[in-house]
Design a protein around this ligand. Structure first.
Ligand code: ADP
Ligand code: MG
Length: 359
């Protein structure tokens, strides 16, 4: 592992542009004829990284593909950011109760996917949770940081929470919110969707080796620079600078969620920024890191957030029930110990750098 050279470092993941740490210098002699484009930017209030290689396309074709993919990520931001005044999300949130708002096909696509993930996660993933996130001091509209709200405040905010109160008219690409004061927040799914869209733009341009990352949600096409699988290190939730394992990926997506950067402690109780929409309170799951691997980034992004909310055993059950999804779920078990669950399909593919608990 000591040969690993990680050049991109996000909240939960670290990405290597070269091999996974073997001392073979695989295909380095080929690297010279690869065209390469690297992009770093800030979109959706977070970092965007793109790395493209090709031995078919020339440098300017590759640059053009990257620019188009970046523009697509910015389009998703213009539609789905709560910070953009005339975005679809802002218009939905500003509309009166019961009013139908016409939105872009992409936004309705994300809303429909969000509803699906809500159903899969027993309502743990819920895009209407934002009034609660604000109430607990983690949101954009929070008055002060880290306040514990009263039971009355929580029940008042709960009145506006629930996917059942989001009405979708897929045919007419319109949405309506059923309660006064209701809002939606796509922060748990839009970054993943942006990665999906960017990769699809790259595919269309004939790019067959690429990595795209938006705020810690990652997608890879084909192989890396050394023509090996892409290496994604999963950060150790407790030991800074260490990692739990290294994922080797090809044509796959990784979504993450973690509670170790954003929380507060009052009277020895730790309050996570992940709010359980079913109770109106920060989740008590003690899940500290979730990594989900699959074939759609919107899906793995949202599932990672949903799994953080659910109790450890429930997350594991749902993870194992989804045939196209693999993952790693880590829980704080007290005394600095961790419970680490690796899904069955992933177990034979990775080596944990720390012993796993099987159940
Ligand atoms: P990251 O933003 O680093 O991906 P997470 O994956 O943990 O972090 O997701 C946090 C985002 O999800 C925030 O935008 C937050 O508003 C939103 N969120 C918090 N709780 C929920 C929930 N229960 N359902 C859906 N979204 C949520
Ligand atoms: Mg996430």
């Amino acid at each position: 592992m000591k040969y690993l050279l990680f050049v991109y470092s996000f909240l939960n993941l670290l990405i290597s542009l070269t091999g996974c740490g073997s001392d073979r210098n695989a295909n380095v002699e080929d690297a010279g004829c690869l065209a390469e484009t690297l992009i770093e930017d800030q979109v959706m209030g977070t970092a965007v990284h793109m790395v493209l290689y090709s031995d078919e396309l020339n440098k300017s074709q590759l640059d053009k593909a990257a620019a188009e993919a970046l523009e697509e990520i910015k389009r998703v931001e213009r539609l789905m950011s709560s910070w953009v005044e005339d975005s679809d999300v802002s218009r939905i949130n500003a509309a009166k109760k019961g009013e139908w708002v016409e939105i872009d096909r992409s936004t309705i696509d994300v809303l429909a996917n969000a509803m699906l993930i809500g159903a899969i996660t027993n309502k743990a993933f819920d895009i209407t949770v934002s009034p609660l996130v604000d109430l607990w001091g983690f949101g954009a509209k929070s008055k002060g940081p880290f306040s514990i709200p009263s039971d009355e405040e929580i029940s008042e905010a709960m009145r506006t929470v629930g996917h059942g109160k989001v009405l979708l008219d897929i045919g007419n690409s319109a949405v309506s919110l059923a309660e006064e004061g209701m809002t939606i927040d796509l922060g748990g799914i839009a970054k993943g969707y942006a990665v999906d869209r960017a990769l699809s733009v790259l595919y269309k341009n004939g790019v067959d080796q690429a990595m795209v990352e938006v705020g810690g949600e990652v997608g890879v096409i084909g192989k890396n620079k050394d023509r090996e699988k892409w290496c994604i290190g999963v950060r150790h939730p407790l030991k800074r600078g260490n990692f739990l394992t290294v994922l080797e990926l090809e044509n796959e997506f990784v979504g993450t969620s973690g509670d170790y950067e954003n929380f507060f402690v009052v009277d020895g109780v730790r309050y996570s920024h992940i709010i359980d929409p079913r109770t109106g309170r920060p989740t008590t799951s003690n899940i500290t890191s979730v990594t989900v691997v699959g074939t759609s980034c919107a899906k793995v992004d949202a599932l990672a957030t949903g799994f953080s909310v659910l109790q450890y055993e429930d997350s594991i059950k749902i993870l194992e029930s989804l045939p196209d999804i693999e993952g790693i779920i880590v829980r704080r078990a007290g005394d600095g110990e961790l419970d680490i669950y690796v899904s069955e399909g992933l177990r034979r593919k990775i080596r944990l750098l720390e012993p796993a608990t099987t159940k």
